[in-house]
Design a protein around this ligand. Structure first.
Ligand code: HEC
Length: 161
């Protein structure tokens, strides 16, 4: 009986070993492995504030809403975003009704155009992934469509807040 017990203990220790290692037991190899990543995550000021992706400089946003863009953005939003995002309150992803108050237009566009890069390399994206535990999929949205969604979300915010 005792032999069986110690066998079981040894066995479970063996099974747990890799978990201990994964939790940072072996620091030196951990450091080596994460070095190239550390370089990747040296983000520019622009990237920190406006995200990582195809939008690399400030875009022009006029105070007046472009209603054609709002309409176009609304259609895409209803087709490709609404199943995961509420305007208020979390769903699969965070609420977006007030997103234009929380993030810059460039940030929102980069999130739409490069969601996997954002959760991998951007501190805000990494934090969101920890919270929502689903990687937002790229929805096959073009840059001009992402711009239209931003216009729709600006409109939504102005109408509802
Ligand atoms: C399959 C579900 C899903 C779909 C579809 C989806 N998202 Fe997301 N979205 C998420 C999740 C989950 C997050 C949180 C980050 C993560 O874990 O990837 C997120 C994060 C975001 C963020 C960042 C929010 C913040 O607080 O900074 C924006 C902006 C966003 N999504 C916009 C959109 C838009 C616009 C669309 C439609 C083109 C869309 N999403 C489609 C799930 C989705």
């Amino acid at each position: 009986m005792n032999t069986l017990k110690s066998l079981l203990i040894t066995l479970s220790l063996l099974l747990l070993m890799p978990i201990f290692y994964a939790c940072g037991g072996d620091e030196s190899s951990e450091r080596q492995r994460s070095e190239p990543q550390a370089e990747e995550t040296a983000l520019s000021e622009f990237e920190l504030e406006h995200g990582i992706g195809p939008v690399t400089e400030r875009i022009e946003i006029s105070d007046d809403l472009d209603l054609a863009k709002v309409e176009k953005g609304r259609n895409i939003y209803e087709m490709k975003c609404e199943m995961c995002h509420n305007y208020q309150g979390r769903m699969v992803g965070p609420e977006l009704g007030n997103i234009m108050d929380r993030r810059s237009p460039e940030f929102v566009m980069n999130f739409i155009l490069n969601p996997s890069g954002m959760v991998r390399d951007h501190p805000v994206g990494q934090e969101l992934l920890r919270e929502y535990m689903t990687v937002m999929p790229f929805q096959n949205v073009q840059k001009d469509e992402a711009r239209a969604i931003v216009e729709y979300l600006r409109y939504y915010y102005e109408e509802n807040y």
